[in-house]
Write a protein that binds this ligand. Structure first.
Ligand code: SF4
Ligand code: SF4
Length: 449
């Protein structure tokens, strides 16, 4: 084994030749994250909860091992090869389980995202990420789709509620742009639905469900005709500099309309605005951020609205288990509201999986990994990609098995990425367990007083 590898790798394959000698140092000496990885004592608590490590058994794939590599790079005990280091940087879902259990309080996510950002600045980036970045910068979405097609989902035929929201938005925008109405003079509590790229281009069942729910609740919401990608994937993959342009544009766009509350069906968009956008504005965004799992119970309680699932009854409820998305759970500490919402629905009953709330298992799609390694058709496939794809497949199948153990009739989540990745696991394992978003249950509910 390479001498450099011996210094940082203590157990588990595959490691051979991972760090052949090179000259460059990945660690940015000005990074404050450096202090965090320096504090790591390699206790290994995080290894027990890391779904990637539990699949690959490679020391580089859990937080302590990665911190050890960073320390060694910082102290020039090892050098690195630009090609070989890519997996060590990107084969992490940024699920946050390690941060939750770390007895030393190390902000592992901050460390790893800084690590990725520094790597990108030094020219270390998977080829596929360059494709993704170009699409977001050019088309304002990661799917190589035309930016002008973002609202194709809300025509009169496919989603009339969305179409009405779009029409209201265009009229509102016209008034603002003509000077007939000033943003600061908007008196009503105007609600805007931030759709997000994946729902807009790939999962129209969620845009429709969300529009239908808001309409049924009686909320006169608008969508954002000038919405652009929130930048989540860019932040997660180290492309912060590109993401900042989107942050500025989206904030300016939302503020210009005088919107008071932005609602989300996508957990990734929600947490990106909640964390990165808030950081950028020093917690002074000027509008409230609410995920649908928060908005619906809050609105229903304020207006004395009850919710009934029309496909089942109180006596014969639909048994569901809830998968906490990392971006809602560990990132945003939203654990109670989705459960409270499910409990509010007559005709639906919740059972918990073994790993839930703070200790929930990741679905395997986080950290930009699915987008990077799985979703975009490309001929850039490599052995590295194959290995990584296999890794994620194992992870999401394990999570699905937990759901099956609960004997639930449906696995529900509140994140489009979780839904897609867990549905893929269901398909690959020939499971008949439906994987759906909570919004799809609410779409089939009656809201009454
Ligand atoms: S739990 Fe914290 S201190 Fe322990 S190995 Fe992991 S990152 Fe390091
Ligand atoms: S963020 Fe999740 S996948 Fe990444 S090292 Fe921590 S536990 Fe493992």
């Amino acid at each position: 084994m390479n001498e450099n590898v011996k210094k940082v790798v203590t157990t588990g394959p595959p490691v051979s030749g991972m760090f052949p000698p090179d000259q460059e140092n990945l660690v940015d000496p000005d990074s404050h994250a450096e202090l965090d990885y320096e504090r790591c004592v390699q206790c290994g608590y995080c290894r027990l909860v890391c779904r990637v490590y539990n699949t690959t058994y490679a020391e580089r794939d859990y937080a302590g091992g990665r911190n050890r590599i960073l320390k060694s790079l910082a102290h020039k005990e090892i050098d690195f090869d630009k090609e070989k280091i890519i997996d060590a940087i990107y084969q992490c879902m940024l699920c946050g389980a390690c941060r939750t259990v770390c007895p030393n309080g190390i902000d592992t996510l901050e460390v790893f995202q800084t690590y990725r950002h520094t790597a990108v600045k030094k020219g270390v980036m998977p080829e596929k990420l360059a494709v993704l970045r170009n699409s977001i910068v050019t088309n304002k979405n990661p799917f190589l789709e035309s930016g002008t097609d973002r609202f194709n989902w809300c025509d009169t035929q496919s989603c009339n509620e969305g179409h009405m929201a779009y029409e209201r938005a265009m009229e509102h925008k016209r008034k603002i742009e003509s000077g007939e109405l000033k943003a600061e003079d908007v008196q009503e509590h105007l609600v805007g639905y931030f759709v997000g790229c994946t729902s807009a281009y790939r999962n129209n069942e969620l845009t429709t469900a969300t529009s239908v729910i808001l309409d049924k609740l009686g909320v006169k919401f608008i969508v954002f005709p000038d919405e652009e990608c929130c930048g989540s994937v860019l932040f997660r993959t180290g492309l912060d500099d590109d993401a900042m342009a989107l942050v500025e544009k989206n904030i300016k766009m939302i503020r210009s309309l005088g919107v008071k509350e932005v609602v989300f069906s996508c957990s990734g968009c929600y947490s990106t605005m909640n964390i990165e956008y808030n950081k950028f504005t020093d917690n002074n965004l000027g509008f409230e951020l609410t995920h649908m799992v928060q908005f619906v119970p809050k609105y229903a309680k304020e207006h004395g609205i009850k919710i009934r699932y029309t496909k089942r009854t109180k006596e014969d409820p639909l048994i569901v288990t809830y998968h906490d998305p990392c971006h809602l759970g560990r990132y945003s500490e939203i654990y109670d509201e989705p459960r409270e919402l499910i409990e509010m629905i007559e005709g639906v009953k919740l059972v918990e999986m073994k790993h839930n709330r703070e200790m929930s298992w990741c679905c395997g799609a986080g950290g930009g990994v699915r987008a990077l390694y799985g979703n975009i058709s490309s001929d850039i496939a490599s052995n590295r990609l194959d290995e990584t794809t296999a890794c994620w497949e194992n992870i999401n199948e394990d999570r699905l098995k937990e759901a099956l153990e609960t004997k639930a009739e449906a696995l529900v989540s509140a994140c489009v990425f979780c839904k897609n990745n867990l549905a893929l696991a269901a398909k690959d394992t020939n499971s008949s367990l439906p994987v759906i978003d909570l919004a799809q249950i609410l779409e089939d509910c009656e809201f009454y007083k």
